[in-house]
Design a protein around this ligand. Structure first.
Ligand code: ADP
Ligand code: BMX
Ligand code: ZN
Length: 295
């Protein structure tokens, strides 16, 4: 069995072939189209999967946004604008001519990371700190998606009621403070206009403002983890995304969380599948579908 797995993020689109043993091959990555129109996304996806689709039995797509019945709707349109109702499943089915599955990127990554823990833990939460802040909740061994696909959108819990406006329409969401996009948009003076990646590089080189921006992001994620612990009583928090996996970031979050009373603390680890958690999670879901099993 060969699965064409696709990860659609606010910054990059990735695709790869995944076999039943979860080996990844032929991985390719392109930037998410800047024009942010449905046509541009369709064209980019088509080009991305073109060299791979002939080798696959089905597709599996993990995408940023709320995915309900195969349709993508941006909760935060500034992360992936112009996509009020993007028929993701239909478009990938047309592009590839294959059967497939679609789900939210962080939900997919949570499922992959849960499987990587091999049954040692039944309750875990995955958080991606990337273009946005996403999440996926595994409760008693089951992935929560919710009737509307919304379950786990942890980036839209409130970090600071007086905080910056979030693209979802609410004020002070974790995503508006901690995400890569938020780090970049809070930067001023010498850091203005830089990406979060560049700001991390400045922090490593000792830039004080860059360090404050990263500290602010890590504080919001630490507070989010404490809240998640209270809601789910989870045994493990797994962090992914390019900001989340940046060197030193998880240690910073852990140090801040350690200042809280013990009950708010959780064991935090980096995504075992690294930047491929979404790809592997959607492939696992597709494997289940092809074997006619349910999650
Ligand atoms: P996506 O959101 O498309 O899934 P990523 O997980 O790569 O993609 O997250 C993109 C965000 O991460 C951007 O804000 C980018 O600037 C930032 N970023 C990318 N690489 C790094 C890095 N090495 N260190 C810190 N931040 C990074
Ligand atoms: C946003 C939201 C989530 C997504 C999360 C991480 C949109 C378009 N996306 O909160 O569905 O899981 O960002 O997305 O509303 P990423 O692009 O950072 O991986
Ligand atoms: Zn929000």
């Amino acid at each position: 069995m060969s699965i064409l797995a696709i990860d659609i993020g606010g910054t990059k689109l990735a695709a790869a072939l995944v076999d039943d043993k979860l080996n990844i091959s032929a991985r390719r990555e392109i930037p998410t189209p800047g024009s942010r129109t449905p046509e541009a996304l369709e064209e980019a996806l088509s080009g991305l999967v073109q060299p791979l689709k002939g080798y696959a039995d089905c597709f599996a797509a993990a995408s940023t946004g709320i995915i309900r019945h195969g349709v993508l709707t941006a909760l935060n349109p500034s992360n992936l604008g112009g996509l009020e109702q993007f028929p993701l499943f239909r478009i990938l089915n047309e592009i590839t001519g294959l059967p497939g599955v679609t789900l939210n990127d962080a939900q997919a990554a949570a499922w992959a990371e849960y499987n990587a823990l091999r049954g040692n833990i039944r309750d875990m939460v995955f958080i991606t700190v990337s273009t946005g802040v996403g999440g996926g909740i595994i409760s008693n061994g089951r992935l929560l998606t919710g009737p509307g696909g919304l379950a786990g959108h942890l980036g839209h819990l409130i970090a600071d009621p007086q905080g910056p406006q979030c693209g979802c329409g609410r004020k002070g969401c974790v995503e508006a403070i901690a995400s890569g996009r938020a780090i970049a948009s809070a930067a001023r003076y010498e850091l203005e206009g830089l990406t979060a990646k560049a700001i991390f590089a400045h922090a490593s080189a000792g830039n004080a403002q860059a360090r404050v921006l990263i500290q602010r992001s890590a504080s919001a994620i630490a507070a989010l983890i404490a809240d998640i612990k209270m809601i789910t009583d989870c045994q493990e928090i797994v962090i992914g995304g390019s900001v989340g996996l940046a060197p030193g970031y998880i240690d910073l979050v852990s140090d801040i969380l350690n200042q809280q009373p013990d009950i708010y603390n959780a064991s935090i680890s980096p995504a075992r599948y690294n930047h491929n958690a979404g790809i592997i999670g959607s492939a696992l879901l597709a494997l289940k579908m092809m074997k006619k099993e349910v999650l």
